[in-house]
Write a protein that binds this ligand. Structure first.
Ligand code: CUO
Length: 690
């Protein structure tokens, strides 16, 4: 790949609403298009337009003529100013065709041309989605970093008045070095009269929402088989969303709120309203709100139609399959829902992926259509010409309290399946001759008390320049400051005795809440459903005593702040090949700043649970594909072009019932497990990011 191909591909993530011939990279680079690429609006002015935008640039990148111009009629059904939803069947079908088109470009130069040609002819959100999926999956674009969605479409993530401040700042202060940071307010969506607002810092976190977008980008439901059919993707759909729920429920306990009530009845009013106060960049309107006590209705619109009764029928068929222990394909052939493959089959069938569902005609499209019904609750028959609310879009869905109620319901279906499986037995849980004798977690200062961890607010900033279309702001950096939860980094230390020859184990770390929102002790069955995975890694155990140390920042769940919000533009690109490799596709992962739940001022009590399992039962034989240096958050995101690197079902050992009465009894019965009391103390102060 030449540098200019790489550059061209990167530029197409910037200023998504502007024509492709305008300058990018802070006004320094322009793409030189063949005349035939200009849309009708500019067709007669190609010379004037291209001259205007090629003054003062450092680099002009010529774009090749296309061997065949694609017919884009399939995408016309979605206008350029409409909202694009991955939960909408028709939109997904369009996206699938577009991904197939992008994946099929014969070489890199033609891919650049195809992207440049299609960009101004398609809905910008659709384009950015399909383009990012193609970049993530084409073998020849491994080197191209995918710009974080919060930087491409910042308006989906931040309160809109900040853009006026940003444009003003950029227009009045020429040199980006002296521009101040504009402030994104905290807690702007509701007052404290609304109890759900206590969780706004979690739901509206930029890192949380961009993780969710990135996950769905890596695991699309439609498109070419090689893109969709990834190892254990259905199971990962279950597990990643299950972990979000566990984290959210624990976060609620920390804020004196009870667990989420699953949205199992679509025919009663929904008490939780939500007024998102963010703008859609395609049409410059705010996302519609949902009032409190809204009744959900059948959706009957030109762009989407779904009856509640249909969703209920699918729900009952899925539950019947779980009770019967098997699923049926369209020819009537039965596949058992066993303990290894069952959860993966259910995940693909419930989400649902039409490509991978065992029988999408019969089991339907339960989870996606739930999103649709909820997202159109304010205007189910389009009489007010309103588009969908935040639940219709993976970049914004996690902002709405109802997201967790709907996913709580979906998760409850998966749990019904898991509960039907036998409890884990001693052979599955144990690891003979290995004992964990001591566990501790301690923050990095020498006088810190062991097993007391700290959270606080931190003020950080991210560069929004790439997504600010049509403004001087795009010719420099615009930093927006925002306040988010943060935790003080800590180190785990475990003492492990190995009474045998040298061997390998998998170290699994979880925290389980000990009490609920009323300070009442939780049963093991509740604790296991609320267990938060913190980390998972392989350890080499020498004969005798071993000390295992691990930093919280190395977690297999999370990615660092810098990776979620890396700046855009040539000046920030690493030059050395190894660093460039690290810079690649790597935005999927839970935000490190939310690795720990908030805790509370008195110190919220958890069990810190550690288990070392037998690696010979965990290991996976990987295909001989190149290692991706960036795939560090594999617990939720898997590994690029590899198998999921742990043979056990996801969430092991807490994904199934356990043979003991409580956690203390369990760690007493199995030497390869240990636990200690852990306290998370929240410090209500704001610290500037160093
Ligand atoms: Cu991620 Cu419902 O699957 O939003």
């Amino acid at each position: 790949m030449t540098n200019t191909d790489l550059k061209a591909l990167e530029l197409l993530f910037q200023r998504p609403l502007e024509p492709v011939f305008t300058t990018r990279d802070q006004g320094k680079v322009v793409l030189e298009l063949p005349d035939s690429f200009y849309t009708d609006r500019y067709r007669n002015d190609t010379v004037a337009v291209s001259n205007r935008f090629s003054q003062d640039v450092d680099l002009k990148i010529p774009v090749q003529e296309l061997a065949n111009k694609p017919n884009l009629d399939f995408a016309k059904k979605l206008g350029r100013k409409n909202q694009f939803s991955l939960f909408n069947d028709r939109h997904r079908e369009i996206a699938s065709q577009l991904i197939t088109l992008f994946m099929g470009a014969p070489n890199l130069k033609q891919f650049v041309s195809l992207a440049a040609y299609t960009k101004d002819r398609l809905n910008p959100v659709l384009f950015q989605y399909a383009y990012a999926v193609a970049i993530a999956h084409r073998p020849d674009t491994r080197e191209v970093p995918i710009t974080n969605i919060s930087q491409v479409f910042p308006s989906n993530f931040v309160e809109p008045s900040v853009f006026r401040d940003a444009r003003q700042e950029a227009a009045t202060i020429g040199d980006s070095g002296e521009r101040v940071h504009v402030d994104i307010p905290r807690n702007y969506t509701a007052s404290d009269r609304e109890f759900e607002q206590r969780l706004a810092y979690f739901r509206e976190d930029i890192g949380v929402n961009s993780h969710h977008w990135h996950w769905h980008l890596v695991y699309p439901t439609t498109g070419p088989t090689e893109v969709v059919n990834k190892d254990r993707r259905g199971e990962l759909f279950y597990y990643m969303h299950h972990q979000i729920l566990a984290r959210y429920n624990v976060e609620r306990f920390c804020n004196n709120l009870k667990r989420v009530q699953p949205l199992s009845n679509l025919r009663v009013e929904v008490p939780e309203g939500y007024f998102p106060k963010i703008l859609s960049s395609v049409n410059n309107r705010t996302y519609p709100a949902r009032v409190s006590d809204q009744l959900l209705k059948d959706v009957d619109r030109e762009d989407a139609a779904i009856e509640i009764a249909e969703v209920e029928r699918w729900r009952d068929r899925v539950l019947a399959a779980i009770d019967q222990g098997f699923v049926e394909d369209p020819s009537g052939t039965r596949t058992p829902l066993d303990e290894v493959r069952g959860i993966d089959i259910l995940g693909n069938m419930i989400e649902a992926s039409p490509v991978l569902s065992i029988n999408s005609q019969f089991y339907g499209n339960l989870h996606n259509q739930g999103h649709t019904i909820i997202s159109f609750a304010h205007d189910p028959d389009a009489r007010h010409l309103e588009e969908f609310g935040v639940m219709g879009d993976v970049t914004t869905a996690m902002r709405d309290p109802i997201f967790y109620r709907w996913h709580g319901f979906i998760d409850s279906i998966f749990n019904k399946f898991k509960v039907r499986l036998d409890p884990y037995n001693a052979a599955q849980l144990g690891f003979d001759g290995v004992s964990v004798d001591y566990v501790e977690a301690k923050i990095g200062t020498s006088n810190a008390r062991p097993n007391t961890l700290i959270t606080y607010w931190q003020k950080s900033s991210a560069d929004l320049a790439a997504g600010l279309d049509f403004g001087p702001a795009a010719d420099g950096n615009i930093f927006a400051s925002f306040t988010h939860l943060q935790n003080a980094p800590f180190t785990y230390t475990f003492n492990v005795t190995n009474r045998g020859a040298r061997r390998t184990g998998t170290c699994r770390i979880f925290i389980c809440p000990k009490v609920d929102e009323r300070n009442q002790p939780l049963r093991l069955e509740d604790q296991r459903l609320l267990a938060i995975e913190m980390d998972k890694f392989t350890v080499e155990l020498l004969p005798g005593e071993n000390t295992v140390r691990r930093q919280s920042t190395e977690s297999s769940v999370a990615i660092p702040f810098e990776r979620s919000f890396r700046p855009i533009g040539a000046a920030y690109q690493p030059k050395a090949a190894d660093e460039l490799a690290r810079f690649r596709f790597c935005g999927c992962g839970w935000p490190q700043h939310l690795l720990l739940p908030k805790g509370n001022a008195q110190g919220m009590l958890f069990d810190l649970f550690v288990m070392i399992s037998d690696y010979s039962q965990d290991s996976v034989v990987q295909p001989n594909t190149p290692n991706d240096s960036c795939s560090t958050a594999y617990s939720f995101c898997g590994l690029k072009d590899k198998l999921y690197p742990d043979r056990r079902t996801m969430g092991f050992p807490f994904d199934r019932r356990l043979p003991n009465a409580n956690l203390t009894e369990m760690v007493g019965a199995f030497q390869n497990m240990a636990k200690t009391d852990l306290k998370i103390v929240f410090n209500d102060r704001v610290v500037d990011k160093p």
